[in-house]
Design a protein around this ligand. Structure first.
Ligand code: 9Z3
Length: 325
Protein backbone atom coordinates (compact mmCIF):
# COMPACT_ATOMS: atom_id res chain seq x y z
CA UNK A 1 0.00 0.00 0.00
CA UNK A 2 1.29 3.47 -0.87
CA UNK A 3 1.33 5.20 2.51
CA UNK A 4 3.48 8.13 1.48
CA UNK A 5 3.10 10.46 -1.46
CA UNK A 6 6.62 9.54 -2.51
CA UNK A 7 7.93 12.85 -1.21
CA UNK A 8 8.40 11.90 2.41
CA UNK A 9 5.01 13.29 3.45
CA UNK A 10 2.20 10.85 4.32
CA UNK A 11 -0.41 10.77 1.54
CA UNK A 12 -3.27 11.79 3.87
CA UNK A 13 -1.31 14.84 5.06
CA UNK A 14 -0.61 15.88 1.48
CA UNK A 15 -4.26 15.37 0.49
CA UNK A 16 -5.37 17.46 3.45
CA UNK A 17 -2.86 20.22 2.59
CA UNK A 18 -4.03 20.28 -1.03
CA UNK A 19 -7.69 20.34 -0.01
CA UNK A 20 -7.05 23.16 2.42
CA UNK A 21 -5.04 25.11 -0.19
CA UNK A 22 -7.90 25.02 -2.70
CA UNK A 23 -10.66 25.58 -0.12
CA UNK A 24 -9.01 28.65 1.33
CA UNK A 25 -7.74 30.16 -1.95
CA UNK A 26 -9.66 33.21 -3.20
CA UNK A 27 -11.91 31.90 -6.01
CA UNK A 28 -10.94 32.78 -9.58
CA UNK A 29 -12.90 35.82 -10.74
CA UNK A 30 -13.42 34.60 -14.29
CA UNK A 31 -13.70 30.86 -13.67
CA UNK A 32 -16.74 30.31 -15.90
CA UNK A 33 -15.22 32.24 -18.78
CA UNK A 34 -11.95 30.25 -18.55
CA UNK A 35 -13.93 27.02 -18.38
CA UNK A 36 -15.84 27.92 -21.54
CA UNK A 37 -12.69 28.90 -23.45
CA UNK A 38 -10.96 25.68 -22.41
CA UNK A 39 -13.88 23.51 -23.41
CA UNK A 40 -14.14 25.15 -26.81
CA UNK A 41 -10.38 24.86 -27.42
CA UNK A 42 -10.17 21.19 -26.41
CA UNK A 43 -13.35 20.21 -28.29
CA UNK A 44 -12.03 21.76 -31.50
CA UNK A 45 -8.71 20.01 -31.14
CA UNK A 46 -10.39 16.67 -30.43
CA UNK A 47 -11.80 16.73 -33.97
CA UNK A 48 -9.63 14.72 -36.38
CA UNK A 49 -6.83 16.91 -37.80
CA UNK A 50 -4.76 16.40 -40.99
CA UNK A 51 -3.54 12.89 -40.04
CA UNK A 52 -7.03 11.70 -39.05
CA UNK A 53 -6.22 11.77 -35.30
CA UNK A 54 -7.08 14.28 -32.61
CA UNK A 55 -4.37 16.92 -32.37
CA UNK A 56 -1.81 16.71 -29.60
CA UNK A 57 -2.32 19.42 -26.98
CA UNK A 58 0.36 20.69 -24.63
CA UNK A 59 -0.13 22.92 -21.61
CA UNK A 60 2.97 25.13 -21.40
CA UNK A 61 3.32 26.96 -18.08
CA UNK A 62 5.49 30.05 -18.13
CA UNK A 63 6.80 32.83 -15.88
CA UNK A 64 6.81 33.07 -12.09
CA UNK A 65 3.93 32.98 -9.64
CA UNK A 66 3.58 35.80 -7.11
CA UNK A 67 2.83 35.37 -3.41
CA UNK A 68 0.58 38.19 -2.14
CA UNK A 69 1.33 39.55 1.33
CA UNK A 70 -1.99 41.36 1.77
CA UNK A 71 -5.49 40.42 0.59
CA UNK A 72 -5.94 43.89 -0.89
CA UNK A 73 -2.57 43.34 -2.38
CA UNK A 74 -0.06 46.18 -2.39
CA UNK A 75 3.04 43.99 -2.06
CA UNK A 76 3.95 40.52 -3.16
CA UNK A 77 6.94 38.16 -3.28
CA UNK A 78 8.09 37.45 -6.83
CA UNK A 79 10.81 35.52 -8.66
CA UNK A 80 13.18 36.06 -11.57
CA UNK A 81 11.42 34.10 -14.32
CA UNK A 82 11.05 36.10 -17.55
CA UNK A 83 8.82 33.59 -19.35
CA UNK A 84 11.29 33.32 -22.24
CA UNK A 85 11.50 29.51 -21.99
CA UNK A 86 7.71 29.14 -22.11
CA UNK A 87 7.22 31.61 -24.96
CA UNK A 88 9.99 30.10 -27.11
CA UNK A 89 8.80 26.55 -26.42
CA UNK A 90 5.24 27.47 -27.38
CA UNK A 91 6.40 28.64 -30.81
CA UNK A 92 8.34 25.41 -31.36
CA UNK A 93 5.44 23.20 -30.22
CA UNK A 94 3.05 24.96 -32.60
CA UNK A 95 5.56 24.53 -35.43
CA UNK A 96 5.64 20.82 -34.59
CA UNK A 97 1.85 20.58 -35.01
CA UNK A 98 0.73 20.85 -31.37
CA UNK A 99 -2.03 23.03 -29.99
CA UNK A 100 -0.79 24.97 -26.96
CA UNK A 101 -2.54 26.17 -23.82
CA UNK A 102 -0.13 28.89 -22.71
CA UNK A 103 -0.65 29.39 -18.96
CA UNK A 104 1.54 32.41 -18.35
CA UNK A 105 2.34 35.13 -15.89
CA UNK A 106 0.93 38.47 -17.02
CA UNK A 107 3.44 40.85 -18.65
CA UNK A 108 6.11 38.20 -19.27
CA UNK A 109 7.47 37.15 -22.69
CA UNK A 110 4.80 36.13 -25.18
CA UNK A 111 5.09 33.76 -28.16
CA UNK A 112 6.10 35.46 -31.43
CA UNK A 113 7.04 38.75 -29.70
CA UNK A 114 10.43 37.75 -28.36
CA UNK A 115 12.44 39.56 -31.02
CA UNK A 116 10.45 42.79 -30.89
CA UNK A 117 11.65 45.81 -28.89
CA UNK A 118 10.51 45.99 -25.26
CA UNK A 119 7.83 48.56 -26.04
CA UNK A 120 6.87 47.69 -29.62
CA UNK A 121 3.91 50.06 -29.83
CA UNK A 122 6.09 53.08 -29.19
CA UNK A 123 9.28 51.87 -30.82
CA UNK A 124 8.13 50.13 -34.02
CA UNK A 125 5.94 52.94 -35.31
CA UNK A 126 6.64 56.48 -36.42
CA UNK A 127 4.41 59.44 -37.09
CA UNK A 128 4.40 60.47 -40.75
CA UNK A 129 2.17 63.50 -40.46
CA UNK A 130 -0.26 64.80 -37.87
CA UNK A 131 -2.82 62.01 -38.23
CA UNK A 132 -0.89 59.07 -39.65
CA UNK A 133 1.54 56.53 -38.31
CA UNK A 134 3.49 53.83 -40.12
CA UNK A 135 5.73 50.92 -39.20
CA UNK A 136 9.40 51.88 -39.18
CA UNK A 137 11.24 50.29 -42.07
CA UNK A 138 13.83 48.70 -39.74
CA UNK A 139 11.12 46.92 -37.71
CA UNK A 140 8.73 46.05 -40.48
CA UNK A 141 10.02 42.52 -41.18
CA UNK A 142 10.03 41.41 -37.53
CA UNK A 143 6.64 42.96 -36.86
CA UNK A 144 5.00 41.46 -39.95
CA UNK A 145 6.35 38.01 -39.03
CA UNK A 146 5.16 38.31 -35.42
CA UNK A 147 1.66 39.46 -36.40
CA UNK A 148 1.28 36.86 -39.17
CA UNK A 149 2.46 33.92 -37.08
CA UNK A 150 0.42 34.93 -34.03
CA UNK A 151 -2.78 35.45 -36.02
CA UNK A 152 -2.31 32.15 -37.88
CA UNK A 153 -1.86 30.23 -34.60
CA UNK A 154 -4.97 31.79 -33.06
CA UNK A 155 -7.08 31.44 -36.24
CA UNK A 156 -6.18 27.75 -36.54
CA UNK A 157 -7.10 27.24 -32.89
CA UNK A 158 -3.54 26.29 -31.97
CA UNK A 159 -2.97 28.86 -29.22
CA UNK A 160 -5.01 29.62 -26.14
CA UNK A 161 -3.42 32.16 -23.80
CA UNK A 162 -4.47 32.17 -20.15
CA UNK A 163 -2.79 34.68 -17.81
CA UNK A 164 -2.16 34.42 -14.05
CA UNK A 165 -0.47 36.51 -11.38
CA UNK A 166 -0.63 34.70 -8.05
CA UNK A 167 0.16 31.19 -6.88
CA UNK A 168 -3.57 30.85 -6.07
CA UNK A 169 -4.59 31.66 -9.63
CA UNK A 170 -1.87 29.49 -11.15
CA UNK A 171 -2.72 26.30 -9.26
CA UNK A 172 -6.47 26.64 -9.68
CA UNK A 173 -6.04 27.19 -13.41
CA UNK A 174 -3.59 24.32 -13.75
CA UNK A 175 -6.12 22.03 -12.10
CA UNK A 176 -8.91 23.22 -14.43
CA UNK A 177 -6.73 22.74 -17.49
CA UNK A 178 -5.58 19.27 -16.42
CA UNK A 179 -9.11 18.08 -15.79
CA UNK A 180 -10.36 19.52 -19.07
CA UNK A 181 -7.54 17.75 -20.95
CA UNK A 182 -8.45 14.28 -19.62
CA UNK A 183 -10.41 13.46 -22.79
CA UNK A 184 -7.18 13.76 -24.82
CA UNK A 185 -5.63 10.76 -23.06
CA UNK A 186 -1.98 10.23 -24.04
CA UNK A 187 -2.22 13.00 -26.69
CA UNK A 188 -2.04 15.49 -23.80
CA UNK A 189 1.22 16.86 -22.46
CA UNK A 190 2.25 19.10 -19.57
CA UNK A 191 5.41 21.16 -19.98
CA UNK A 192 5.81 22.83 -16.61
CA UNK A 193 8.36 25.59 -17.15
CA UNK A 194 6.76 28.13 -14.79
CA UNK A 195 8.78 29.02 -11.71
CA UNK A 196 6.28 28.16 -9.02
CA UNK A 197 6.63 29.61 -5.51
CA UNK A 198 7.64 27.06 -2.88
CA UNK A 199 6.23 29.10 0.02
CA UNK A 200 3.14 31.24 0.45
CA UNK A 201 0.98 33.09 2.97
CA UNK A 202 -2.31 31.21 3.39
CA UNK A 203 -5.31 33.37 2.54
CA UNK A 204 -6.79 32.67 5.99
CA UNK A 205 -3.80 34.15 7.83
CA UNK A 206 -3.13 37.03 5.40
CA UNK A 207 -3.51 40.68 6.46
CA UNK A 208 -6.58 42.30 4.90
CA UNK A 209 -5.12 45.79 4.43
CA UNK A 210 -1.73 47.21 3.49
CA UNK A 211 0.81 46.22 6.13
CA UNK A 212 1.85 49.29 8.10
CA UNK A 213 5.54 50.16 8.40
CA UNK A 214 4.91 51.95 11.71
CA UNK A 215 4.26 48.55 13.34
CA UNK A 216 8.03 47.84 13.36
CA UNK A 217 9.92 44.81 12.01
CA UNK A 218 7.77 42.45 10.01
CA UNK A 219 7.35 38.78 10.87
CA UNK A 220 5.50 36.77 8.25
CA UNK A 221 5.10 33.03 8.38
CA UNK A 222 5.32 31.42 4.98
CA UNK A 223 4.06 27.86 4.68
CA UNK A 224 5.03 25.34 2.06
CA UNK A 225 2.97 25.22 -1.11
CA UNK A 226 1.65 21.64 -1.32
CA UNK A 227 3.44 19.64 -4.03
CA UNK A 228 0.88 19.48 -6.80
CA UNK A 229 3.04 17.54 -9.27
CA UNK A 230 2.17 14.18 -7.80
CA UNK A 231 -1.55 14.97 -7.74
CA UNK A 232 -1.36 16.19 -11.33
CA UNK A 233 0.20 12.89 -12.38
CA UNK A 234 -1.96 10.62 -10.28
CA UNK A 235 -5.35 12.29 -10.18
CA UNK A 236 -5.81 15.24 -12.51
CA UNK A 237 -4.18 13.92 -15.70
CA UNK A 238 -3.03 10.32 -15.24
CA UNK A 239 -2.67 9.62 -18.98
CA UNK A 240 -0.85 12.81 -19.96
CA UNK A 241 2.87 12.95 -20.74
CA UNK A 242 4.40 15.09 -17.97
CA UNK A 243 7.58 17.13 -18.08
CA UNK A 244 8.73 19.27 -15.18
CA UNK A 245 11.75 21.55 -14.84
CA UNK A 246 14.38 21.62 -12.13
CA UNK A 247 16.26 24.84 -11.58
CA UNK A 248 19.37 25.18 -9.41
CA UNK A 249 22.20 27.68 -9.11
CA UNK A 250 24.65 25.02 -7.90
CA UNK A 251 25.50 22.65 -10.77
CA UNK A 252 26.88 20.08 -8.32
CA UNK A 253 23.41 19.21 -7.06
CA UNK A 254 21.37 19.87 -10.21
CA UNK A 255 21.25 16.41 -11.79
CA UNK A 256 20.78 14.63 -8.51
CA UNK A 257 17.83 16.89 -7.66
CA UNK A 258 16.34 16.39 -11.13
CA UNK A 259 16.63 12.64 -10.72
CA UNK A 260 14.92 12.83 -7.34
CA UNK A 261 12.06 14.90 -8.80
CA UNK A 262 11.64 12.41 -11.65
CA UNK A 263 11.16 9.56 -9.19
CA UNK A 264 9.22 11.36 -6.47
CA UNK A 265 6.62 12.86 -8.78
CA UNK A 266 6.70 10.08 -11.37
CA UNK A 267 7.41 12.54 -14.17
CA UNK A 268 8.14 11.18 -17.64
CA UNK A 269 10.98 13.65 -18.01
CA UNK A 270 12.66 16.37 -15.96
CA UNK A 271 14.53 19.15 -17.72
CA UNK A 272 17.43 20.28 -15.55
CA UNK A 273 18.78 23.80 -15.95
CA UNK A 274 21.20 26.11 -14.18
CA UNK A 275 20.21 29.76 -13.81
CA UNK A 276 23.09 31.44 -15.68
CA UNK A 277 23.35 28.93 -18.58
CA UNK A 278 19.64 28.16 -19.00
CA UNK A 279 19.44 29.69 -22.47
CA UNK A 280 22.46 27.73 -23.74
CA UNK A 281 22.13 24.23 -22.31
CA UNK A 282 19.68 21.96 -20.49
CA UNK A 283 19.92 18.31 -19.48
CA UNK A 284 16.96 16.04 -20.15
CA UNK A 285 16.67 13.47 -17.38
CA UNK A 286 14.56 10.34 -17.93
CA UNK A 287 14.45 7.05 -16.01
CA UNK A 288 17.45 5.70 -17.93
CA UNK A 289 19.17 8.63 -19.64
CA UNK A 290 20.71 12.04 -19.14
CA UNK A 291 20.83 13.88 -22.46
CA UNK A 292 22.59 17.19 -22.79
CA UNK A 293 20.78 19.53 -25.19
CA UNK A 294 22.62 22.64 -26.40
CA UNK A 295 21.72 25.68 -28.46
CA UNK A 296 23.24 25.58 -31.94
CA UNK A 297 25.89 28.29 -31.49
CA UNK A 298 26.89 28.22 -35.16
CA UNK A 299 23.64 29.96 -36.09
CA UNK A 300 22.49 33.35 -34.85
CA UNK A 301 19.05 33.73 -33.31
CA UNK A 302 18.59 30.05 -32.46
CA UNK A 303 17.13 28.78 -29.18
CA UNK A 304 17.98 25.79 -27.02
CA UNK A 305 14.23 25.14 -27.17
CA UNK A 306 14.55 24.14 -30.82
CA UNK A 307 16.46 20.84 -30.25
CA UNK A 308 14.73 20.40 -26.88
CA UNK A 309 11.21 20.40 -28.33
CA UNK A 310 12.38 18.11 -31.19
CA UNK A 311 13.53 15.56 -28.62
CA UNK A 312 10.35 15.93 -26.54
CA UNK A 313 8.09 15.43 -29.57
CA UNK A 314 9.98 12.22 -30.40
CA UNK A 315 9.56 10.92 -26.85
CA UNK A 316 5.90 11.90 -26.74
CA UNK A 317 5.30 10.00 -30.01
CA UNK A 318 6.86 6.88 -28.50
CA UNK A 319 4.69 7.32 -25.39
CA UNK A 320 1.50 7.64 -27.46
CA UNK A 321 2.43 4.38 -29.23
CA UNK A 322 2.99 2.64 -25.93
CA UNK A 323 1.95 4.53 -22.78
CA UNK A 324 2.90 1.62 -20.52
CA UNK A 325 6.60 1.58 -21.39
C1 9Z3 B 1 12.55 26.41 -15.09
O1 9Z3 B 1 13.48 25.81 -14.62
C2 9Z3 B 1 12.65 27.28 -16.34
O2 9Z3 B 1 13.51 26.71 -17.27
C3 9Z3 B 1 13.13 28.73 -15.99
C4 9Z3 B 1 13.14 29.53 -17.30
C5 9Z3 B 1 12.16 29.36 -14.98
C6 9Z3 B 1 14.55 28.70 -15.43
P1 9Z3 B 1 12.87 32.04 -17.94
O3 9Z3 B 1 11.41 32.06 -17.57
O4 9Z3 B 1 13.56 30.86 -17.10
O5 9Z3 B 1 13.09 31.75 -19.41
O6 9Z3 B 1 13.56 33.31 -17.49
N1 9Z3 B 1 11.31 26.34 -14.53
C7 9Z3 B 1 10.98 25.58 -13.34
C8 9Z3 B 1 11.50 26.23 -12.11
C9 9Z3 B 1 10.92 25.61 -10.87
O7 9Z3 B 1 10.33 26.32 -10.11
N2 9Z3 B 1 11.05 24.32 -10.68
C10 9Z3 B 1 10.70 23.68 -9.42
C11 9Z3 B 1 12.00 23.35 -8.72
O8 9Z3 B 1 13.10 23.57 -9.28
C12 9Z3 B 1 9.92 22.42 -9.68
S1 9Z3 B 1 8.30 22.80 -10.20
O9 9Z3 B 1 11.95 22.90 -7.56
Amino acid sequence: MDVTSGIGVPQETLDAEIKSFFESAPPLKNRDHICEKLKEFIDRNLLPSGNGNARRVVCVTSGGTTVPLERRCVRHIDNFSSGHRGAASTEHFIKAGYAVIFLHRRRTYQPYCRSLPEDPLLECFEVTDESNIQVRQSDSEALTRAITEHHAAVAENLLLKLPFNTIFEYLQMLQMIAISMTSLGAQAMFYLAAAVSDFYVPWTSMAEHKIQSASGPLDIRLVQVPKMLSVLRKVWAPMAYCISFKLETDTKILLEKADMALKKYKMHMVVANELSTRKEEVVVVTSNEKISVCRDKTQVGTDVENPLIRLIVERHSAYIENPDL
